[in-house]
Design a protein around this ligand. Structure first.
Ligand code: PCA
Length: 202
């Protein structure tokens, strides 16, 4: 069977000119281990994510959904375990919206666990000498919202898609003027490719 994998990265936000998640995703092959790779760039906007991401999922009907985003300051690949039903931000998103203690959806579950094989992905990354860890918080900014929206949508609609989120560190060109951890773009690309390969295994 022809497996489809939806892989997303984000547009830049804050002071940054680029977002390493999209830089890595856009360079992925169109086909990995015979799976079709569908790549999409997402807006850093709480409201746009709630509107657009379910549509993107319905249009592509993937078997696997891997969302990726930048986590400036994190030192390695973070495979997220959980998304929580909260939007809370100290900085405005790219639409100028700054929620405080707001639920993503009213009367919806407090949290969803990733349905990707997160432990297997981290082990495979380490096996390939890529520093990686399971992360127990995707934050409360737009990335957590994207992960929650995707899991809520697949759950409510009974879609059979393994779904989760991977945060990536800055790449070197972003840290020339700040003392922050980084990882090469090539290593991030390889990490996402490995995560895809592990996720399409049954
Ligand atoms: N990182 C942000 C949003 C977009 C991105 O790449 C986050 O961690 O929420």
């Amino acid at each position: 069977m022809h497996v489809k994998v939806l892989v997303t990265g984000f547009e830049p936000f804050g002071e940054e000119k680029i977002n390493p998640s999209w830089e890595a995703v856009k360079n992925l092959s169109k086909e990995i281990n015979e799976a079709e790779i569908i790549k999409k760039r997402l807006p850093v906007s709480f409201k746009a994510i709630k509107k657009k991401l379910p549509k993107i999922i319905d249009e592509s009907m993937p078997e696997v959904i891997i969302l990726t985003g930048q986590a400036g300051g994190r030192v390695n690949i973070n495979v997220e375990r959980v998304a929580i039903n909260v939007m809370d931000s100290k900085k405005e998103d790219n639409d100028g919206y700054k929620p405080e203690d707001e639920p993503i959806f009213e009367n919806a579950p407090a949290a969803y666990f990733s349905t990707l094989p997160i432990r297997r992905i981290v082990n495979a990354l380490k096996h390939n000498k890529i520093p990686a860890t399971i992360s127990n918080t995707a934050g409360t900014y737009v990335c957590n919202t994207a992960m929650y929206v995707a899991l809520h949508h697949t759950t409510l609609n009974g879609l059979n898609a393994k779904t989760g989120f991977i945060h990536v560190p800055y790449i070197p060109e972003q840290v020339l003027e700040k003392t922050q951890p980084f990882m090469s773009l090539e290593m991030i690309e390889k990490a996402i490719e490995i995560a895809i390969k592990e996720s399409i295994k049954s």
